[in-house]
Design a protein around this ligand. Structure first.
Ligand SMILES: [Ca+2]
Length: 80
């Protein structure tokens, strides 16, 4: 799993299941809105035949999508 746990990241403060690969198995998206002093980040965990796994997981923040740097609470909530 990429990244390092820091106190008060609020990892898992938000979550969403979605089949982002179209294979019929839902991947887990988990947010940590307080990551890096409130910049926030999101992790994507793949779903395999045995369930959701941290192997091959990825993470990204607001700037990866062209969003603002700094305090933005990226990953605070997910749309349905
Ligand atoms: Ca899938």
């Amino acid at each position: 799993m990429p990244g390092a746990a820091e106190s008060h990241d609020q990892f898992g403060g938000s979550g969403h299941l979605t089949d982002s690969t179209g294979d019929g198995r839902a991947e887990l998206v988990a947010g940590a809105f307080a990551e890096n002093d409130g910049a926030g980040a999101v992790w994507l965990f793949k779903a395999g035949t045995s369930g959701i796994t941290a192997t091959g997981s990825t993470s990204f923040g607001s700037t990866s999508l062209g969003g603002p740097a700094g305090l933005s609470y990226f990953g605070d909530r997910f749309a349905n």
